[in-house]
Write a protein that binds this ligand. Structure first.
Ligand SMILES: C[S@@+](CC[C@H](N)C(=O)[O-])C[C@H]1O[C@@H](n2cnc3c(N)ncnc32)[C@H](O)[C@@H]1O
Ligand code: SF4
Length: 366
């Protein structure tokens, strides 16, 4: 059981439960109250944690993280305290612009994980209403180029949902992306989020429910922290009914002790009885497969970075000789000759302080 031996944890942090897309398989509208995590809540969360090199902080949750104006700052805060901890952002890709992306790369983001479901506009726009395929493709291309020009430190990866409809086409999906310079992938089996998402055509039917009372890897190694600071028993608890505690006013130790007690006594919340998440279904073997892949990815990235270091050094030297200021704005796409995309108009990007953020949150959640 690799994950347990290594003590791996993946902290899923919901910086935003607001979103600009309405994916047909995503039940996020069931969340009773939506908003964005304050800096104070995020800071409290970090205060309570001790993270190591096998831990990850994944900015994901049930909304679109790139809509949060402080996302780069949050990544930077993690890297400043825990430099070895892997940081992830999972995004629908619609907001990867010259305003949002360079600050994330500069903050030291390790993985940019882009959700893209469909290879033609009709399928993509049916799966992800509100997003336009051609436009998002432009954002993905921009991300690949910019990450590469910034030194290739951030892994740009595509994730896609595998359903009965596309299960046969995984090779085609990866071939499509390889042509666009993507070499890392994450496949997710579609599931109904413990009964929260209505069953849609193509949803996997082989998963079985009723694992209540059996160990759950998701629950054990993937703590989920909502935008309000609530630590949920499980990410799939859309209605936020099984809250273990709140990082705003409780210590992480107390919250974890509560969770351990639940796991020890087998007092699983009712939601677990309907769970069909493959991460649970396939139990530890599946999770360990994910961990193995992640470990290999990190080793590959480390090796490539080491091999590329002299090349980058020579390139930097050559640039410096041509123009003394060239190195000072390494992450400005314009200085790199990168064609930038028109940003999606989301008013919150312009916000600079907590007060204005609150005002925008209430406007967006209407
Ligand atoms: C809830 S989204 C939040 C992050 C961001 N908005 C995005 O779409 O990437 C996190 C991930 O869950 C996936 N997802 C959503 N509903 C799902 C479902 N029913 N089954 C499997 N994966 C799902 C999305 O495709 C995405 O990769
Ligand atoms: S983009 Fe992400 S959060 Fe938004 S609806 Fe789709 S899966 Fe849900």
């Amino acid at each position: 059981m690799i994950s347990k031996l290594l003590g791996l944890r993946i902290f899923e942090v919901e910086v935003s439960s607001l979103c600009n897309v309405h994916c047909r398989y995503c039940p996020r509208e069931l969340i009773p109250e939506s908003g964005m995590m304050s800096r104070e809540t995020f800071s409290r969360l970090l205060d309570g944690l001790t993270l190591g090199g096998m831990d990850s902080v994944s900015f994901v949750g049930m909304g679109e993280p790139t809509l949060h104006p402080r996302l780069p700052e949050f990544v930077r805060m993690v890297k400043a305290r825990f430099p070895k901890t892997h940081t992830w952002v999972t995004t629908n890709g619609t907001n990867l612009t010259d305003k949002t992306l360079p600050p994330l790369l500069a903050a030291g983001l390790d993985t940019l994980d882009i959700s893209f479901n469909g290879l033609d506009p009709a399928t993509y726009e049916k799966n992800m209403p509100g997003a336009k395929m051609e436009k998002t493709l432009g954002h993905v291309d921009y991300a690949v180029r910019t990450a590469r020009l910034a030194g290739g430190r951030t892994r740009v990866q595509i994730n896609y949902i595998v359903t009965a409809e596309n299960a046969e086409s995984e090779a085609d999906i990866q071939a499509f992306w390889r042509k666009r310079g993507i070499t890392h992938f994450r496949a997710q089996r579609m599931h109904d989020r413990a009964g929260s998402a209505s069953v849609v055509a193509g949803m996997s039917t082989v998963d079985r429910a009723g694992l209540n009372g059996r160990p759950c890897v998701r629950s054990a190694v993937m703590p989920f922290i909502s935008w309000k600071g609530e630590v949920l028993h499980c990410a799939h608890d859309m209605r936020r009914e099984n809250v273990l505690g709140n990082v705003r006013h409780e210590s992480w130790g107390d919250i974890e002790a509560r969770k351990r007690e639940i796991l020890r006594c087998g007092q699983w919340p009712a939601i677990c009885a309907a769970c069909k998440d493959p991460l649970r279904h396939d139990m530890l073997e599946k999770m360990d497969g994910v961990v193995r892949k992640e470990l290999m990815n990190r080793m590959k990235d480390g090796l490539l970075a080491a091999l590329n270091a002299p090349v980058r050094w020579f390139r930097g030297l050559a640039r410096h000789r041509r123009s003394p200021q060239a190195g000072s704005s390494a992450l400005q796409p314009s200085s790199l000759g990168v064609k930038t995309m028109e940003p999606i108009t989301m008013p919150i990007r312009e916000l600079a302080d907590e007060a204005r953020l609150d005002a925008t949150q209430s406007a967006l959640s209407k």
